[in-house]
Design a binder for this molecule. Sequence first.
Ligand SMILES: C[S@@+](CC[C@H](N)C(=O)[O-])C[C@H]1O[C@@H](n2cnc3c(N)ncnc32)[C@H](O)[C@@H]1O
Length: 437
Amino acid sequence: MSPNEIIELFKQKPIDKDWSFSEYKPSDTGKWTHGYHRYPAKFIPQLVEKLMDTYITDRTASINDPFMGCGTTIVSAVSRGFYASGTDINKIAFLMTDVKAKPICPDYLKRKVNQFLSQICPLEKDYELISRAHIEPYIPERHLEKIDYWFEESVRDELGRILTVINEKEESVVKFFLLVAFSHVLKTCSIWSLASTKPTRDLNKRTTLPYDAIKRHLFKMLKGNAYFYDVVPSQVKDDTDSYLKLRLGCAKDQPVEDNSVDLIVSSSPYVTSYEYADLHQLSTIWLDLAGDLKEYRKEFIGTSYKNYYDKSLKSHIAFKIVEEMEGKNKKKAKEIEAFYIDMQEVFNESYRILKPGGRCCYVIGNTKLRGVDILNAEAFVDSLQHSGFKFDKLIKREIPLKILPQTRDEKTGRFASKDNADSQAYPTEYIVVGLKE
Ligand SMILES: C[S@@+](CC[C@H](N)C(=O)[O-])C[C@H]1O[C@@H](n2cnc3c(N)ncnc32)[C@H](O)[C@@H]1O
C-alpha cells in the first residue's frame, strides 16, 4: 500500500464500536493480578483477550510483547496457558510483569504476607514503638535528597523500615511480591500530585501512612493472586519458567528464536508524551534501580533525550512528519525522527520472531504537536511494510476508560490535565495489524 493510499484509508476509517469495551467496570479491567500496580497508558486486558480470540486457534500458541509495561499482554497469555515472551527497558515494569505473571500458591502467600505484616505492625499506630522495634530504616543514601523532596521525614523513615524488612526476605517470590506492593504505595504516601501527568509536588496533599497503605494493598493483591491462581492452567503453574521468557532490555532484541511467535500484542511508548523513566522515579530511587538517571532515560524509546545522526528514516510518512516539524522546531523534529527510527528497528525484530502466518498488533494514537499532525498510526503501517509485513487490518477504537488524559499541551507535546491543555490527544486510537506471510 502506498503512503497516499494509507493516508486515504485512515481518512475514511469509521470507529469500530465493538472495540471500545465501554461496558467493562474497573473490577473487570483490574481482575486477577492486573490491579497490582498503576501504570500509565496500560492496556485493558479485554483488548488483548479479543485479539487472542480473533487470531489464535492453537492451544500451545506463543505470544510476545516487546513493550510489556506492567505486563497486561503477558498476564493475559499466561491465563490461557500460552507461552509468553517480552521485554521492557524499565526495571519497575519488568519487576511488575514478572510478579504479575507468576501465580503463587494462595495459602502459602497469605501466610507469608501475614508474617510480614506482623513484623512491621509496630509502625501501625505508635511512632514511639518504632525505635523499640529496632528496625534500622533502609534509605538509599545517594537518593536521600530526592527522597526528602517527595516525602515527609516520618513517612520516609517508616517506608525505610518497611523496606528493611522486605530486603531481609530470603524467598525471592515473596520479596518481589512485597516490593511491588511497596512500589505501588509510594505515590499515595508521597506529596507527588496524583492529578498531574508529570512529576509535580502537591504541598497540601493528605498523604496515607505507609503501613495502612501497604496493608490495604497487600490484601487486594492476595485476592487478585488467588483468582489468577485458579484461572492459570496447571501445566503453566507447574513449570512457569518454560512458559515465560521475560527480559529486562530493549524492544529491539527479543528473548526468542526466529519464526517462533504466533501473535504480538503491544503498545509502544508515545513520542515525547510520557518520560517513563521520570514517571517511575519514586520507585526507581527507593529501590535504587538506576545508576545514572540521565543515561537511563536515553535507553527509552520515545524520550526527548535522544536523537540520531547516523541513521535515516525508511517510512515516507514518518519523513514528511519530521520535515514539517523541522520548519517549527528542529529539536522536536530530531526527537520524532529518533522515535520512528527506533520503531522501525523494533518492527524488524517483530518480523524476525513471528512465524509465517503470524501477526503483530500495535496499539497507537495520533496527535497534533505545534500545529503538526503527528500521524503515528499511518507511519506505523508504512514502517511495518518496510519491515516486510503485509498490512492486514486497521481497527479504530474509542478509549472511554483508558487511564490516559484526553488532552495534551500543543507546545510541549506532553499529556496535560484537561484544564490546561490546548489540544485533544488520543480520544481515539488505532490497532494496526501486520501479517508475516
Ligand atoms: C505504553 S507502555 C506499555 C503499556 C503496556 N501495554 C501495559 O499494558 O502495561 C510502553 C512501555 O514501553 C517501555 N519502553 C520504552 N522504551 C523501551 C525500549 N527501548 N525497550 C523496551 N521497552 C521500552 C516503557 O518503559 C513502557 O513500559
